[in-house]
Design a protein around this ligand. Structure first.
Ligand code: SF4
Ligand code: SF4
Length: 413
């Protein structure tokens, strides 16, 4: 039990390939980008998975690029991970499979894909979406007609016992894309209110399409609109998923307002959608960006969480720090030189570090934990509420239908 040793259950993110058939402006792997393209050797990926399972990793993400360009490999690796003892395996799609939904064979095509995924123990399947406005989303992705296709496909997934999560990459077009909000033009209140309305529109739109679960990817790039306070803080990306496009580039003050807007909006939809984004983590982010308060619980990148890039299959502390190793450590030994890194807020690592970090501290540093509780009681109130809500959500098991009656208790207008 890693928590007793002050560790978190390990998480490994494997970038299986950086090949992609979408054209998102927010991503350096878009199809129009002239970069070298790689796909991991499948046998090597299996070895990494075996080593991860033997070293305490409990959660695996198979990401890209576009994972479903390699559907059969992803199915094989998911089954392999489960046999190796990793219970939580996630993968997803940019949605390209949902284009051409008017074709006569569409239902059969989606059924065949869904059957393959449903034959595995896959825990979570995500579908990425960028905007509450279908035209904006499709323009950003470069995938025409994909929104209608998703609406037609979701009932097929549900019939096969898979409840996909919508994965929002927060950007300036989240609400509509017609009028992109900038703090310098709108002022603080206008920017905050616009993002609250954007998140409301997005969650309503996702629920109306048929989604039952949602997550949000926090913006990673930092722009310089005169408000950037710590130039150079934002890391480069081993992962390749960042971009300098203004649609995804926010100043620190803009980010603080975006985190506030998301924090304010989530309770309104907790009865409608299973929303993973923990409010305790958003609270930490708001504190960091508004008053410079360090995180209570350090990012576990490089200690319990790791990232494998697709070029050579090397293991890095995360998708952003380039510190390659060819073997995973046994969880409990420090990996590389990363200590208390605060260079980014990659939600894959930030959110579980905040949600699970206190449990590891409970066993390893109980007095430090007590001091944190005394210093930041609001964080722990939010964490308690998040955990109760997670329980009502069946811990985001994407193979189970939502229990709306249990979730409604957490809905507040
Ligand atoms: S965000 Fe995903 S779908 Fe879009 S270009 Fe990047 S890898 Fe492809
Ligand atoms: S905060 Fe975590 S994910 Fe971000 S750069 Fe540092 S170790 Fe990596």
């Amino acid at each position: 039990m890693p928590l007793i040793r002050g560790r978190l259950p390990g998480q490994l993110i494997i970038q299986y390939s950086n090949r992609c058939n979408a054209d998102c402006p927010q991503c350096g792997m878009r199809r129009s980008e002239q970069i070298s393209r790689y796909t991991l050797d499948k046998a090597h990926a299996k070895k990494l998975i075996d080593s991860a399972a033997a070293n305490g990793v409990r959660s695996l993400s198979l990401t890209g690029g576009e994972p479903l360009m390699f559907l059969d490999d992803i199915v094989e690796l998911t089954n392999h991970a489960s046999r190796a003892g990793i219970p939580y395996v996630r993968t997803g799609t940019n949605g390209f499979i949902f284009t051409n939904s008017d074709a006569p064979d569409y239902q059969d095509r989606i059924s065949r894909i869904t059957e393959k995924l449903a034959s595995t123990p896959l825990y979570t399947f995500w579908i990425s979406m960028d905007s509450a406005n279908p035209a904006s989303h499709e323009r950003m992705r470069g995938l025409n007609g994909v929104v209608t296709g998703i609406e037609k496909a979701l009932p097929i997934f549900h019939d096969h016992g898979i409840y996909p999560a919508v994965n929002l990459g927060i950007n300036r077009a989240t609400g509509s894309g017609h009028r992109q909000p900038f703090l310098s033009a709108m002022g603080q209140n206008g920017f905050l209110q616009t993002f609250r309305e954007s998140f409301e529109s997005f969650y309503r739109f996702a629920a109306n399409l048929g989604f039952t679960m949602a997550n949000a990817c926090y913006p990673m790039s930092e722009g310089s609109d005169g408000e950037r306070e710590h130039a150079g803080d934002a890391p480069d990306s081993t992962y390749g998923a960042i971009s300098s496009d203004t649609v995804i580039t926010f100043s620190r003050r803009e980010k603080s307002l975006i985190f506030q807007a998301l924090f304010d909006t989530i309770p309104k939809f907790r009865g409608t959608l299973r929303i993973f984004s923990p409010r305790c983590s958003l609270y930490s982010l708001i504190k960091k960006y508004q008053v410079g308060q360090p995180f209570l619980f350090p990012c576990r990148g490089g200690t319990d969480f790791f990232f494998v890039e697709c070029r050579e299959g090397m293991i890095h502390p995360c998708g952003y720090l380039d510190d390659p190793k060819d073997e995973l450590p046994f969880l409990g030994k420090r990996f590389g030189t990363v200590v208390n890194c605060e260079k980014c807020e990659w939600e894959c690592f930030r959110d579980p570090s905040d949600v699970l970090g206190p449990f590891a501290d409970f066993f390893s540093h109980p007095f430090k934990l007590l001091a944190k509780v005394m210093r930041e009681p609001q964080f722990f109130r939010l964490l308690k509420e998040d955990l109760s809500y997670y329980k009502a959500c069946g811990f985001f098991n994407g193979r189970l239908a939502p229990r709306t009656s249990a979730m409604l208790r957490f809905q507040r207008s």
